[in-house]
Design a protein around this ligand. Structure first.
Ligand code: ADP
Ligand code: ASP
Ligand code: MG
Length: 441
């Protein structure tokens, strides 16, 4: 719903409006906060209206989670939202103070004050509506509006949060609602890289990516953007610019596929060390078993990622699936309650896994990439425990301690690093042309 937007942006009143999001890493200490304020003030000199979304300072959210965990293994989710939403309220007020000090009028607002209305799913709520009335009132006064990211409110007035990394989604939702031309995400790296630069120092910055590729990257572990923010941006076609908060260089543009000039066969390797694997063994091979199991997990609001089922000659099935580690305790409870009624012989819970994924829009039309992934891992002596694919992604679950090696070898093999070039896997003849890896069109 776009309250009053038409009057606001009549042709005679067409003004530039910028939405910028600053992550916790840009707000770690007073110096960084001051720099962020300077950066916002510079933007305000160039644009008519500026809306800023902030995350909690540095590692505040982790520290708050840790405090709650010292008191309880499974704290009530409503109380977690009450606790975690305080982090963003500290940073929004501090940034407003810093901006006012620079002579730039700024006002901070909570999710509730803006009216970021969400559903009732505490700790992973989804935005349903963004109010514009108060935002416009403040913007009309010429003020910079600083919005607390990651938080919203249910129609009943309960505070919710949007899942880890959720400030990205707040920013995209505001950019969409306010019809900003694009949304800027400022972070501690120069953009989106071919692998996490913390793990792979040779990783290269990617200049542009399609929403689909970024969505696959974010949902397979590239934490630089929250997956839901990319989904939102894709649904409403809001271009994203992920860039450094420490300098003004270009970052990575994420936009619709037909606007991406350079199409890569393989764009990036991602990793996720935050998932756990659950295996149910000796299940009866009959209709309804998977429906009962995954129905119960869905009811408990647990996001299941990969699923594999095998049926043995004895007509018994084994099902393995992955869930976020943070949901493992709750998954255990649901599965253990069901083991007997489903007729399973045994349930195994394993949190020592890593999921490694290769992503690229060009995989769709280049067969043989999966075989090269498996061969590369095999050459490193890495065993693959689960596999899943989409048209533009291949994911493998391996042992946790092999994760880093798996990422580095795939990144190297597919020539993604600055010094690398595509390499033919040893002992493996694949009749696919593999050069160049980027097709200019
Ligand atoms: P912020 O506090 O700005 O939200 P995040 O920690 O959420 O920052 O995201 C930035 C981090 O994402 C980087 O420091 C980097 O380690 C990590 N990251 C993981 N994968 C990638 C990738 N492919 N490209 C860039 N950064 C990545
Ligand atoms: N502060 C929240 C988190 O650490 C939200 C965010 O950073 O986007 O997950
Ligand atoms: Mg983040």
């Amino acid at each position: 719903m776009r309250f009053g937007l038409e009057q606001w942006r009549t042709p005679a009143n067409l003004m530039s409006l910028v939405v910028q999001k600053f992550g916790g890493t840009s707000l770690e200490d007073i110096e960084k906060l001051k720099n962020t304020a300077k950066r916002v003030a510079e933007t305000k000199r160039l644009a008519d209206h500026v809306v800023v979304v902030v995350s909690a300072l540095g590692k505040t959210t982790d520290e708050l989670v840790d405090l709650a965990r010292q008191l309880s293994a499974s704290p009530p989710e409503r109380e977690m939202d009450m606790l975690l939403s305080t982090g963003e309220q500290i940073s929004m007020a501090l940034l407003a103070i810093a901006l006012n000090e620079l002579g730039e009028e700024a006002v901070s607002m909570t999710g509730q004050q803006v009216e970021i209305v969400t559903d009732k799913a505490h700790t992973k709520a989804k935005i349903r509506h963004v109010g514009t009335k108060r935002l416009f009132r403040e913007l009309r006064k010429g003020r910079v509006v600083i919005v607390a990211g990651f938080q919203g409110v249910t129609p009943d007035g309960e505070i919710t949060t949007l899942g880890r990394g959720g400030s990205d989604t707040t920013a995209v939702a505001l950019a969409e609602t306010l019809h900003a031309d694009y949304c800027e995400i400022f972070t501690d790296v120069d953009g989106v890289f071919t692998a996490d630069p913390r793990l792979v120092p040779e990783a290269k910055k990617i200049s542009e990516l399609s929403f689909m590729e970024m969505l696959e990257m974010a949902s397979s572990g590239a934490k630089v953007l929250q997956a839901r923010s990319v989904e939102y941006a894709r649904n409403y076609n809001v271009p994203l610019h992920v860039r450094s908060s420490f300098h003004s260089g270009e970052g990575t543009w994420i936009k619709s596929e037909d606007e991406v000039m350079e199409k890569a066969i393989v764009s990036a390797v991602t990793h996720d060390f935050e998932e756990a694997k659950v295996t149910l063994m000796g299940l009866p091979d009959k209709p309804g078993v998977a429906a009962s199991l995954f129905g119960a997990l869905a009811k408990a609001n647990i996001n299941v990622d990969m699923i594999i089922q095998n049926v043995s000659e004895k007509k018994l099935a084994d099902i393995s699936f992955t869930v976020p580690k943070e949901d493992l305790q709750r998954t255990k409870k649901v599965v253990e309650e069901l083991t007997e009624s489903l007729g399973a012989r045994q349930a195994i819970f394993d949190d020592k896994i890593a999921k490694i994924s290769l992503i690229g829009a060009g995989m769709r039309s280049n067969p043989g990439i999966a075989a090269r992934v498996f061969r590369t891992l095999a050459n490193e002596g890495i065993n693959i425990e689960m596999i899943s694919t989409s048209p533009i992604k291949i994911s493998c679950v391996v042992r946790e301690q092999a994760g880093e090696k798996a990422v580095k070898s795939l990144h190297d093999h597919f020539g993604l690093g600055s010094s690398g070039g595509p390499k033919e896997p040893q002992g493996f003849q694949e009749p696919i042309p593999h050069e160049p890896y980027r097709e200019d069109i």
